[in-house]
Unconditional design. Sequence first.
Length: 275
Amino acid sequence: MSITAAEVNKLRKQTGAGMMDCKNALQEAEGNMEKAIEVLRLRGQKVAAKRSDREASEGAILSGINTSGTAGVVLSLNCETDFVAQNDAFIKVAQTLLDLAIAEGCETKDSLLSLNFPGSDESVAEKIMTETGKIGERIEIGDFQSLTGDSVTAYIHPGNRLATLVSFSGSVDVSVGRDVAMQTAAMAPVAVNESSIPADLIEKEKTLGKDLAIQEGKPADLAEKISIGRLNKWFKEVTLVNQPFIKDNKQTVAQYVASSCPGAEVTGFSRIALS
């Protein structure tokens, strides 16, 4: 049957698929717009099935906060190649997902996937499937984290391969929040403070320190003391508030925040990065 340019353009606006893909889908659906959208979605499912064993290790990582600055989201929209990851259309989809998650107060990836994709009749999950068919690569939300606090700051490292969120109790200046968010990006802490490090991870690090001391020829009782010292040093390296502040290593991050914004403290962080 004859498909008009207006019909093709309408489907293209709804799905973002290419002109020929839209025309072919409309022809297969005999001009039915809803069926044509389903055709494109099914095509995405077929591509996803064929490429399920491919690693979606590239992508765009973005973070942002709500208008009140009390909640934020950081997410990764993954794909297979750097070529797709740097495409403006792909980054636009990632940004739309981030904005939607923030606007709707999503706390989990599943809650985002169930929402309606803006300007479309598709859910977010369906939109991702349609994009998979359009681009021809495996696409997925690889990671999703949310954070709340009296103040929340977001940071995206240039290139969209690393982004962070940091939450604070109390009011924090924008520049201070950004400094700590950049510190989180650069120094990759594993926890906010000692008390938030999992006990099994602490025990593992302590055992490694003791074993190393014994390998160096230290007696068992001394090796135990040495392991405690090494553990305390490790705490300073991997806990955000105890790390030396990157712009002034004479003070810790906690000291920098306290001196710049009296009464404020770091309460949490999220960090997502592509390897």
